[in-house]
Design a protein around this ligand. Structure first.
Ligand SMILES: [Zn+2]
Length: 393
């Protein structure tokens, strides 16, 4: 059930949405998008199969995402938007990986596997994954596995879906999926599906559409989607879509950008995006851009670099990325860099962290910033890694 404040928020958002529709319609008619509209490779594919295989294309590193044109943007455009301090960010990520006993590391200890995924994926997008000792990372990841098959956030921690996906993604980055006992991990994940199609995060039973995404993404990477009831999983996700077009964590819960990524990503992977009203969802998403160019996660909230990922990835998956001002967003992300010591923060002049550094760099990759590897909007892994999983093998 929706509470009253939630309803008024929705009505307010609905009104704003109509206004935005009108102004965006005007914008659409008068000025063409700055970048070539990103074609989604996730639209209209058959259910339960890899979109790459279904589409029949055999992509090379950059051709899988068709929005590679602006990766060769003219120098003047880049100068106008600002410059990504690639070397500084690499240095920053490597320094965080090494730091084991300062305050941040201690507080983040239970999240180390998530942190490893954020840091290593950033390095890969920046083309510097070889700066880390692959064997050391893989061996540490495997020590985080619990006898149930799930992974904890660090060695000796309780298993949870959140860390299990990170473990699978890190192994995928290094092309080391084969070190996994796939049967065991996939049974752990499949065992967390509930009768209504939803998923729990762990044995304690919290239900959230984040866990639906994690289950579907993980099992797709492992080629084990047939272990769950995909139809019911999709039905549950669709039951979490609100009248404003956005998705919440459970049926009736307020629409939130992070939850949109999870739901749209899961629907994209299972080839179920045709169930979604893309225009309605697209308007909710493009409404997230504020004056500074940054994106927020919900109406009336401040912009935050991490939403560059949650919102943008959805807009790309539903083919509506040209509905926001891409150049302004690039500038907002670049303004959040620590230009001296590397790293990206949530907003300009705040303290940097690995989480926002990853989402900033991943967002720039989605925006085709020059010099970055393309990232897949549904799997949140470099396109070449996704191709390796679904095409090469
Ligand atoms: Zn954030």
């Amino acid at each position: 059930m929706l509470n009253s404040s939630c309803v008024s928020l929705k009505i307010k958002n609905g009104l704003k949405c109509v206004k935005a529709q009108q102004s965006a319609q005007k914008k659409k008619q008068t000025s063409p998008p700055l970048h070539s509209p990103a074609r989604s490779r996730y639209s209209g594919v058959a259910p339960f199969q890899s979109p790459l295989i279904v589409s029949g294309e055999v992509p090379t590193t950059n051709s899988a995402t068709s929005h590679s044109l602006s990766r060769q943007s003219p120098v003047s455009t880049i100068r106008r938007m600002g410059e990504l301090k690639i070397e500084k960010h690499v240095k920053y990520i490597l320094s965080v990986e090494k730091r084991k006993d300062d305050f941040v590391s201690v507080v983040m200890e239970h999240l180390r596997l998530n942190g490893a995924y954020w840091g290593l994926t950033t390095l890969d997008i920046l083309g510097k994954l070889d700066a880390v000792d692959q064997d050391e990372v893989v061996s540490w990841v495997m020590q985080c596995q619990h006898e149930s098959g799930g992974f904890g956030g660090n060695i000796g921690h309780d298993p949870h879906m959140l860390y299990t996906l990170s473990a699978i993604q890190v192994l995928a980055l290094f092309d080391k999926i084969e070190v996994l006992d796939i049967e065991k991990v996939s049974n752990y994940i499949a065992g967390l599906q509930n009768d209504d199609g939803s998923f729990s995060g762990d044995m304690w039973g919290e239900v959230d559409t984040r866990f639906s995404y994690i289950a579907i993404c993980s099992l797709a990477i492992l080629h084990q989607l047939d272990k769950i009831n995909v139809e019911r999983a999709v039905k549950y996700i669709l039951s979490c879509q609100n009248l404003d077009g956005g998705f919440g964590c459970t049926p009736g819960a307020e629409s939130h950008a992070g939850q949109n990524f999870c739901c749209v990503g899961a629907l994209a992977i299972t080839g179920s995006l045709h169930h979604v009203d893309k225009d309605l969802l697209g308007w909710w998403l493009c409404e997230r851009q504020v004056k500074s160019g940054g994106l927020n996660g919900r109406p009336e909230k401040l912009p935050d670099v991490c939403y560059s990922w949650w919102v943008l990835s959805c807009l790309i998956m539903i083919d509506r990325v040209h509905w926001i001002d891409n150049e302004k967003l690039v500038k907002f992300i670049l303004d959040c860099q620590d230009k001296e010591n590397g790293g990206i923060s949530d907003r300009p002049d705040d303290a940097v962290d690995v989480f926002h550094t990853y989402f900033g760099v991943a967002g720039l990759s989605l925006l085709e910033y020059p010099g970055l590897k393309a990232i897949d909007p549904a799997y949140a892994l470099p396109v070449e890694v996704v191709d390796r999983i679904f095409v090469s093998k």
